[in-house]
Ligand binder design. Structure first.
Ligand SMILES: *[C@@H]1O[C@H](CO)[C@@H](O)[C@H](O)[C@H]1NC(C)=O
Ligand SMILES: [Ca+2]
Length: 147
């Protein structure tokens, strides 16, 4: 009798656990980045672009959340890094991607993209990549990785 009751309780707790999980309190979001048609960087070569990622949530202001390597002399850079974020809906996370041309003396900004992560997750329910405009300086893509 006691054994059965215990099993029922155990089952109940396990089911509750599963529900909390599938309601997605925390989701792992993995992204990678690429850009096309970058332009206007250097007179004698293509852009040497890298990306600085900043993020903010309800509980902290903009902070560094990663950086890609520089893709030298390439207006169609595919950055090899993957970035992993722990996403909680109530935290209202945002990303800011600063695309920057590496130069010998001063790095020059190419463009900046702000993303509400919830909007990105909604969009990537139906497609895996979202395109953002760099105001005439090219296109920036955030790819959601599932593999
Ligand atoms: C994302 O989708 C959910 C479910 O359809 C919706 O309630 C929510 O408002 C959407 N969020 C944004 C930021 O578009
Ligand atoms: Ca340069």
């Amino acid at each position: 009798m006691h054994g059965k009751l215990f099993m029922c309780l155990l089952l109940g707790v396990t089911l509750l656990d599963k529900r909390a999980e599938s309601q997605g309190d925390q989701t792992e979001v993995i992204i990678s980045l690429f850009a096309t048609d970058l332009n206007g960087c250097d007179a004698l070569s293509a852009c040497d672009a890298f990306v600085k990622i900043l993020c903010s949530t309800a509980s902290y202001d903009w902070r560094n959340c990663g950086q890609t390597r520089e893709m030298t002399d390439d207006n169609f850079p595919v950055w090899p890094e993957r970035f992993t974020f722990q996403y909680t809906q109530s935290e209202r996370m945002r990303w800011r991607f600063d695309v920057i041309d590496k130069d010998v003396l001063f790095d020059d900004p190419i463009g900046s993209v702000s993303v509400v992560v919830e909007e990105f997750l909604n969009a990537t329910e139906v497609q895996s990549t979202v395109r953002y405009d760099l105001n005439g300086r090219g296109s920036f893509f955030v790819h959601r990785r599932r593999l």
